[in-house]
Ligand binder design. Structure first.
Ligand code: GUN
Ligand code: ZN
Length: 436
């Protein structure tokens, strides 16, 4: 057994199950707890008074008085080549893509640029307490290569892929069905399962892929069933109309992906706002994941994600939560919860704080089928950890004076919190700032 080299002391919070179904039994909270770390994993956790007494000599204790120690946050959908088009003015999806996203992604053919941005991107995730993300690259295989290289160096668990797009985009951003397949295959062989890196086959969306390319994506998934599939689905009305024009034979947008074998338990569909009940059923029956991206949906003006319909017990659609930077406006999963709450309020739906923090950790780990490795504080899990401070700003500290329960504190964090509320982030047992 690897020796315990470090321990984190503070208030521990971890989920065991979904609070919507398991209630108070869904989480464990220890007021003065200790998490022991060994070899990048959690060795043990419990009451500080008990564990401190038998801590091996020489083990460091990082003490966070008042700090809330949680599993690292998980972002189920984000674009790493869009860090310099976040906050771009005045366009809905199709124009936003043309004017901002595509123009920016053209730069990522340059490996040095891609490497520099990958470094910034991973720094920013860590500053926000995000330790795992499902990441879109650009069309250029060298951009995905740069992200994986940097993530591997830092030992972060990332899911990422080269974007597949062979039509309806600028020339410099097009691959072909053949080259997209070959480049993805080479990246899978080099990176999927190397250290903590995992590959996602990434057709951007139906509009930018020919039928031949969607078929190639389906072939990749058949050949590599333990890879992921990530794409966009039903985000914007004009997008949906265009899909109907391009695939006149398809009953719906979701049926296009189904036709090419792209639905499944490892398939992540960004947005899923304007779905019909039949489409929701297709997603649910295939155990596909709908990914809610609230800051993006508000900023690009796409619409309101209907969580109640997804959670309808008859359907039980799996749902992830994500920033979708750069359509999304914040790297912070706390800000994402805040906007998610408002999207649901507009539909007279709820997002209780316990459910929110479950979602950022175990919920998204389940959505990504990684809950056997991350998402909880538990012996044997990878030691990706975030430490939060609900008094991080004057306004938060002031509000905190009236807080009486853990749930109130969590709601304060998810409503007023952002990167300033992150005291520390640990990646595979190492403090992230020490790696940056
Ligand atoms: N649909 C296709 N590509 C994109 C993208 O980059 N961002 C968003 N929000 N939607 C998309
Ligand atoms: Zn997206």
């Amino acid at each position: 057994m690897t020796a315990v080299t470090r321990a984190l002391r503070g208030r521990l919070l971890t989920f065991r199950d979904d609070p919507a179904t398991a209630g108070d039994a869904s989480y464990t909270y220890i007021e003065d707890g200790l998490v022991l770390l060994a070899g990048g994993r959690i060795a043990e956790l419990g009451e500080a008074t008990e564990l401190l007494a038998r801590l091996p000599e020489g083990a460091a204790v990082d003490h966070f008085p008042g700090g809330l120690i949680l599993p690292g946050f998980i972002d189920a959908h984000i674009h790493f080549p869009q860090t310099q088009v976040i906050a771009s003015y005045g366009a809905q999806l199709m124009d936003w893509l043309q004017r901002y996203a595509f123009a920016e992604e053209l730069r990522f053919g340059d490996s040095a640029h891609a490497a520099a941005v990958a470094g910034f991107f991973l720094d920013e995730l860590a500053r926000n307490g995000t330790t795992t993300a499902a990441v879109y690259g650009s069309v250029h295989p060298q951009a995905a290569e740069a992200l994986f290289t940097e993530s591997h160096r830092r030992n972060t668990r990332m899911i990422a892929g080269k974007v597949l797009m062979d039509r309806n985009a600028p020339d410099g951003l097009l691959d072909t069905a053949r080259s997209g397949y070959d480049d993805s295959k080479a990246l899978i062989q080099r990176w999927h399962g190397k250290g903590r890196q995992l590959y996602a086959v990434t057709p951007r969306f139906a509009i930018t892929s020919s039928e031949a390319q969607l078929e190639a994506a389906g072939a990749l998934m058949k050949e590599h069933p333990d890879c992921y599939l990530q794409t966009h689905l039903s985000e914007n009305r004009r997008e949906i109309e265009t899909v109907h024009e391009l695939f006149p034979w398809a009953e719906s947008y979701t049926h296009v992906y189904e036709r090419f074998g792209l639905l499944g338990a490892r398939s992540l569909f960004g947005h899923c706002i304007h779905l019909s009940d039949r489409e929701r059923l297709l997603l649910s029956e295939s155990r596909s994941v709908a990914v809610f991206c609230p800051t993006s949906n508000l900023f690009i003006g796409s619409g309101l994600f209907d969580l109640a319909k997804a959670h309808d017990p008859a359907l039980d659609l799996r749902v992830g939560l994500a920033t979708d930077v750069g359509g999304g406006t914040s790297y912070s999963m706390l800000r994402t919860l805040a906007e998610g709450y408002k999207v649901l309020q507009l539909q007279h739906q709820n997002l209780p704080a316990l459910l929110g923090f479950y979602w950022l950790t175990l919920g998204n780990a389940r959505a990504l089928q990684l809950d056997d490795r991350i998402g909880t504080l538990e012996a044997g899990r990878e030691a990706d950890i975030v430490v939060l401070d609900a008094r991080a700003t004057p306004a938060m500290a002031h509000r905190a004076e009236r807080v009486e329960t853990l749930e109130e504190e969590l709601f304060l964090l998810m409503t007023l919190g952002d990167d300033r509320a992150v005291r520390a982030t640990y990646i595979a047992g190492e403090k992230a700032d020490d790696r940056i």
